[in-house]
Design a protein around this ligand. Structure first.
Ligand code: BGC
Length: 902
């Protein structure tokens, strides 16, 4: 007994010193998820320690059915000596549906510290088998589904006769839904059930609704919206892409305190009516007539005389639980300026191009009609500009009911905007009545980048805002015009940058399953996923390769082999498609977008437009995807595949050399993109690579240090330059302020990344309205170079288990610093030129280590905490290579000084 107390005290004191903590417990990368339907979900956690060089020595996971882990409730316990702290699969008794499982983890480290997680972590299972869906799909009564498509409301009242212990609602829709119970909104998610390849998979959500229910009379229901399911989607003026009818499925499982259960579910006993949403479309916005509100419709006791019975449908129950973060309200943005434009329009400026909607406070007589239009920019004269939205109306309309202040926001739409135009509002406008609400997938903000150049900082800001606006459940090209589609090329170009800035593991993991679901039987990957453009809109080089590039990058950055394994068949099918379409290993067939939106001139008598042969590009991506198959099969231990893909890769490369490279190493297209892709993907024999890099530099100089690449060359150009010893040129491109360059839009006042290098021309006129989005993340792919090269944050082993920290300094910057959150915790690297020395601040998360490579001639010039590094404990110096000193370090925060200013 005494020893136990002493031990307890001892371990308590260890915890209270905080030397080691185990934090951020996740199941399937989510904190306390509800509704998981995975048989063996995985566990992850992070270690935090005030001691350097901390590695996990062992872990002990305990799973129980009660939060206090009493003996009776214990289900699984496992103790393993390992440094693995991510993706540990559950291996206890079979998980039961709709159950809450509590878990904790105790960890010991290599310094003999132990720590236990704070209690309270859990995961709640979903419906593990689709046959547990006893609820039916129900559609509104025919009377509530007129041609004009107002939003129907479906409801039912019910009684709960006993004291409630807990209750979970499982719910989804064909269309969008917003659920209510007893007058309160269920959850804080928007645009649910999200967008998937609906014909194959529809997500359901699960909510803990214990607190919304009472013993006695209750009511529940949902409003439905057209959304992606049957609204107008794609630029082909199509609606009803997945079906004509909206429907709801809902299953409420209530457990009473006496252990008995009740199920309330969507069935023939529900009723439907039309509510205040007169119409609602993703592109066009919403019309809301407050006079038609059915006050109290989701409360018990509401009179439903005018309501009609719903229709029960036997649609397939292809329901899967939701793993990606739902769309939520994130930032609230204040209106900054009221403008009356030269045309006399009433306009409000929010100062930031964003995606979501505006919450409006208004007051006026019943029947007053207020309209809000949304735009990204004002034109040259300062007038409201909407031509670049093409057919998307982006308009929300509210009709007042006329009793005091009313607050409005739409439900089943979203807008891309910085400016709004008011129609029907009083002439005196109060800015406080308008709040911009940014809505997007609720990903954790993980990345920060800052340097001494404010324009670059604005670029970083624009990259992050471009991501916010285009990560609304699927990775979209743009969020405003009649498109907003999951363009695969844009997504693959930006995916790595995205993973620095926000936690995108589950976001892409979900979307990649739609990529696989929408892939054609012959392996062709669609231009957009979910595919709404038809079976022939497939297989463009650099677009379809999203199927190989993104899974590989997600594996590299997050270290989860499950995702790679799951995507492997899809990756394989895509490469097979290219092989099947090739002759003698040359893929020179079919339609390709090519280096989309490269630098081009209207009147090009001199041949300055940077046109790259589309088949040269296709061959490069064919090789790259095959290289990724070599990598992936290697990681997954598929030896035979690895050998086969290696052989195929060699053949693809020699076909490339035969077709596109002269004996002197000149490419048949002499563009930046051609050289960039050939070098980035190792298409050339080593002996001629440096020469090719020189040609690339000559080309850049010929354009007076301007970039001429489009979507496919842009992500790699600076990487290729720094890899071949031209970091200074990479910095010149990054810091270039005139068109075409990354900073040109910044100088023109951009607050997000533009689709085109010259969306707004120097004379303030616009590029052609048909293709001119001001929120398109693809060119933001430079962010990856800023983190990985300027600050030198590189994952050497998957998931940053081991990193390389190799900052590359610039003559034009005083400092740069960056950080991101890896699966092990925060990693950071920054450098600063001080008086007579350079300082480096590096942070390596616990349970990992890193190789640091600094640009200095001699290790003797480096100090750590004021003493020479040569004598530092735990730091291993490696052989110096040409002006570089490298050494390995364990976890911790390090401040190095280098007695040299580069
Ligand atoms: C989209 C792009 C997309 C492209 C295909 C455009 O309309 O906005 O970003 O990748 O089509 O080339």
């Amino acid at each position: 007994m005494k020893t136990t107390i002493t031990l307890l005290l001892l371990s308590f004191s260890l915890w209270s010193f905080g030397q080691l903590q185990v934090v951020d417990l996740r199941v399937e990368q989510l904190i306390n998820p509800i509704g998981l339907d995975i048989a063996k979900p995985n566990f992850s956690w992070k270690l935090v320690s005030s001691q350097k060089n901390t590695m996990q020595a062992n872990y002990e996971i305990t799973v129980a059915s009660a939060p206090d882990f009493n003996k009776k409730s214990l289900l699984w316990n496992t103790k393993v000596s390992t440094d693995q702290s991510n993706y540990i699969p559950y291996a206890g008794p079979i998980l039961v549906s709709n159950m809450r499982y509590y878990w904790k983890v105790t960890v010991s480290d290599n310094h003999a510290n132990s720590a236990m997680s704070v209690l309270g972590s859990y995961f709640h299972t979903g419906l593990m088998n689709s046959n547990e869906w006893t609820a039916s799909w129900i559609s509104p009564p025919p009377s509530a589904d007129s041609v004009s498509r107002p939003s129907p409301i479906l409801r039912r009242a019910f009684q709960l006769k006993k004291d409630i212990h807990s209750a979970t609602l499982f719910i989804s829709a064909r269309g969008l839904y917003e659920a209510m119970i007893n007058g309160q909104r269920v959850g804080q998610d928007y645009l649910t059930p999200g967008w998937t390849a609906y014909q194959s998979r529809i997500q359901y959500q699960a909510y803990d609704v214990t607190n919304l229910l009472i013993k006695g009379d209750n009511a529940m229901g949902a409003t439905l919206g057209d959304g992606w399911y049957r609204g107008e989607i794609g630029f082909t003026r199509s609606n009803n892409l997945y079906g004509k009818e909206l429907s709801l499925i809902a299953q409420l499982l209530v457990t009473f305190k006496d252990g008995t259960m009740a199920t309330i579910q969507s069935d023939k006993d529900w009723q439907g009516a039309i509510g205040p949403i007169v119409s609602s479309e993703i592109y066009h916005g919403e019309v809301y007539d407050a006079r038609k509100e059915l006050t109290g419709w989701s409360k018990a006791g509401y009179a439903t005389n005018s309501w009609a019975p719903v229709q029960v449908k036997d649609f397939p129950k292809i329901l899967i639980s939701t793993y990606n973060e739902p769309v939520r309200k994130r930032e609230r943005i204040k209106a900054v300026k009221f403008i009356v434009t030269p045309k006399g329009e009433q306009v409000i400026d929010f100062g930031q191009n964003m995606v979501g909607w505006v919450e409006v406070k208004a007051q006026g007589p019943a029947g007053t009609r207020l309209e809000i239009l949304h735009a990204e920019v004002l034109d040259k004269f300062g007038n409201f500009y909407i031509e670049n939205l093409r057919r998307a109306k982006q308009s929300n309309e509210y009709i007042l009911k006329g009793n005091g202040q009313e607050i409005f926001e739409p439900h089943f739409t979203f807008q891309g905007f910085r400016y709004i135009k008011l129609i029907g509002f009083p002439s005196k406008v109060n800015l406080e009545d308008f709040t911009g609400i940014a809505l997007y997938s609720d990903m954790e903000l993980t990345g920060q980048f800052e340097c001494s150049n404010p324009l670059i900082n604005q670029l970083q800001h624009n990259i992050q805002w471009g991501q916010r606006g285009n990560f609304v459940d699927v990775p979209t090209d743009c969020p405003q015009r009649d498109e907003r589609l999951g363009w695969t090329g844009d997504a693959q170009a930006f995916a790595r940058t995205a993973a620095f800035n926000f936690g995108v593991q589950n976001f892409f993991s979900k979307w990649l399953q739609d990529v696989a679901a929408d892939q054609r039987p012959n392996g062709a990957v669609p231009f957009v996923v979910p595919n709404v453009l038809g079976p022939n809109a497939v297989a463009s080089a650099g677009w379809a390769d999203a199927a190989t590039i993104i899974p590989w990058n997600m594996f590299l950055l997050y270290g989860d082999t499950t995702l790679l394994k799951r995507q492997y068949p899809s990756m394989k099918k895509w490469v097979k498609y290219m092989t099947d379409s090739s002759r003698q290993h040359l893929w020179n067939k079919g339609f390709h977008f090519g280096d989309w939106l490269f630098y081009s001139l209207g009147n090009d008598t001199d041949g300055r437009s940077a046109v790259t042969d589309k088949y040269l590009i296709a061959q490069c991506f064919y090789a790259y995807s095959t290289q990724l198959m070599v990598n992936a099969s290697g990681v997954l231990g598929l030896k035979e595949d690895e050998v086969q893909y290696q052989r195929l890769l060699e053949n693809i490369k020699s076909a490339f050399l035969n077709e596109y490279v002269s004996r002197n190493g000149r490419l048949t297209s002499s563009t930046q993109t051609a050289y960039v892709l050939a070098l980035e993907f190792d298409m050339l024999p080593e002996g001629i690579r440096q020469g090719a890099a020189k040609r690339l530099v000559e080309n850049i100089i010929a354009y007076n240090y301007h970039i001429t690449t489009g979507f496919l060359g842009t992500p790699y150009i600076c990487h290729v330059l720094s890899r071949f010893g031209y970091t200074d040129i990479a910095y010149r491109l990054l810091l270039q302020e005139t068109y075409p360059s990354w900073l040109y839009p910044v100088k023109m006042g951009a607050t997000t990344i533009w689709e085109r290098w010259d969306g707004i021309k120097p004379d303030s006129t616009f590029q052609s309205a048909g293709m001119n989005s001001f929120n398109h993340y693809a060119y933001g792919a430079i962010g990856d170079w800023m983190y990985r090269v300027a600050c030198g944050l590189e994952a050497e082993l998957a998931g940053y288990k081991k990193s390389i920290i190799q900052p590359r300094l610039s003559d034009s910057l005083q400092y740069a610093k960056a950080s991101t959150i890896t699966p092990f915790g925060k990693i950071a690297s920054g450098w600063k030129k001080e008086n007579g020395f350079t300082s480096y601040e590096i942070e390596i998360p616990a349970n990992t280590n890193a190789t640091v490579i600094l640009p200095v001639s001699d290790a003797g010039k480096i100090t750590l905490d004021e003493s020479p590094i040569t004598s530092q404990n735990g730091l291993k110096l490696m052989e110096p290579v040409s002006g570089m000193v490298s050494f390995t370090i364990g976890s911790g925060i390090y401040k190095f000084k280098v007695m040299e200013v580069k």
